[in-house]
Design a protein. Structure first.
Length: 412
């Protein structure tokens, strides 16, 4: 368990890693590596169902989650950017230089970067069991080498997600640096479903046409990159993780802790990705005891002890609001995708499947890990009461052991 905790804590550093391309182009407070990886996983899920040639969507989602893991120690920088001198060139000049990169230069830098990243991955995954170590490493390599249909599709989807983010930053201005990202998409993308989506992006940002449902959905998902977790904000934590970052943490923890379980890991990972999507429109109620209201309670997430009937009433009210929020978010999307998304959310929320029950517990574990980290960074942010609440939700033997190991590591 200690090795899994160590790996998850290292992966957690991606929340504080800005994507360097945006930094180099002067974007203030750009998205983190984690935030990008989260939306890429959703892009992959949404469009991978209709990819040509056909792909294993579940495998592709895992590739999207794993594709930036070496950035825990490597700078988040592509082989394109590696050719550039650090002399403060303007973004436009930088992008022009990238466009003129020779094949030989790019091939050399890619080989050097791959060697460095392989070493990082070996170190990052060294303490994990052989099965999950091989799985994560293979997913990453499929992306880097484009050695499978899934790896190639995610590599293309990555360019599309980054183009969308560039347009969200700069819009469609005449002198916008976005031209560099358009060139990459034109060079890289050939999947028909992604090409059609790129056409939709162009029509929305440049021609003023309404956003198709898929684009409207992904623009809303992009807001999760910036939306802080309300559970922490309501208790005065400074700079807490965002909803997208927490969703990524839950998905990765589900992958590491759920490997070898007999409930369908791929379903669990999807459930982890969608578990908090409803928070875009429906905030979870923060229930406080009288001492909390008066400012005299030291507990975080401390809820009064309700009778079973009252707990059921509160759950039913929250469930209804969150379901309505998800239906609003997925309005107009292909029914196969929206139905699957809502189904996996429902299984986690109501704990009506083994995978859903497991994800629900992992959600609380990762919330607790973040709370413990915040207690180190924010004076007065206490987790004293949280342990009692956690034990109400966590009962899987392996997860109980994981929780107790965390306690020994963090608490005196």
């Amino acid at each position: 368990m200690k090795e899994i905790i160590k790996t998850l804590q290292t992966i957690d550093k991606l929340k504080n890693k800005p994507r360097y391309g945006w930094v180099l182009c002067g974007i203030k407070d750009p998205e983190s590596v984690t935030q990008h990886s989260f939306r890429l996983a959703i892009v992959t899920w949404l469009f991978g169902r209709n990819a040509l040639p056909k792909i294993n969507v579940d495998r592709a989602i895992k590739i999207a989650l794993a594709h930036e893991l070496p950035k825990v120690r490597e700078m988040d920088i592509s082989s394109d950017w590696n050719i550039l001198p650090k002399n403060g060139q303007s973004c436009i000049k930088i992008l022009r230089k990238i466009s003129g990169t020779t094949v030989a230069e790019k091939t050399k830098k890619e080989a050097e970067q791959l060697a460095r990243e392989k070493k990082v991955m070996d170190d990052l995954l060294a303490g994990l069991k052989a099965g999950v170590r091989r799985d994560i490493n293979a997913c990453w390599l499929e992306y880097k080498l484009m050695s499978t249909r899934e790896g190639r599709f995610v590599r293309q989807a990555d360019k599309v997600e980054t183009l969308l983010q560039a347009l969200e930053y700069w819009g469609a201005k005449g002198a916008s640096p976005v031209i560099g990202w358009w060139e990459r998409v034109d060079t890289m993308v050939d999947d028909p479903v992604l090409l059609e989506f790129i056409k939709n992006i162009n029509q929305f940002f440049y021609d003023g046409l309404p956003a198709v449902p898929e684009l409207a959905f992904l623009l809303e998902i992009g807001k999760m990159k910036r939306k802080p977790c309300r559970e922490f904000v309501s208790r005065g934590a400074k700079d807490p993780e965002t909803v997208a970052e927490h969703a990524y943490s839950v998905a990765m923890a589900t992958w590491l802790l759920g490997s070898g379980k007999h409930f369908g890991l791929d379903k669990a990972i999807k459930g982890a990705l969608v578990y908090e999507m409803c928070n875009l429109y429906a905030c979870k109620a923060v229930i406080r005891c009288e001492q909390c209201v008066k400012g005299g309670c030291a507990g975080v997430f401390h809820k009064p002890r309700f009778l079973k009937r009252e707990k059921e009433r509160i759950f039913a009210r929250e469930y209804k609001k969150e379901l309505q929020a998800l239906k609003k978010l997925t309005l107009g999307l292909p029914s196969e995708f929206s139905g699957e998304l809502i189904k996996f959310w429902d299984q986690c929320k109501r704990q009506i499947s083994f995978a859903g029950t497991f994800v629900n517990q992992v959600f609380w574990l990762t919330t607790y890990m973040e709370a413990l980290q915040l207690s180190k960074e924010n004076r007065g942010f206490s987790t004293a009461k949280l342990y009692d609440q956690m034990r109400q939700y966590i009962y899987d033997p392996a997860l109980v052991e994981f929780l107790e190991t965390i306690e020994k590591k963090f608490l005196p």
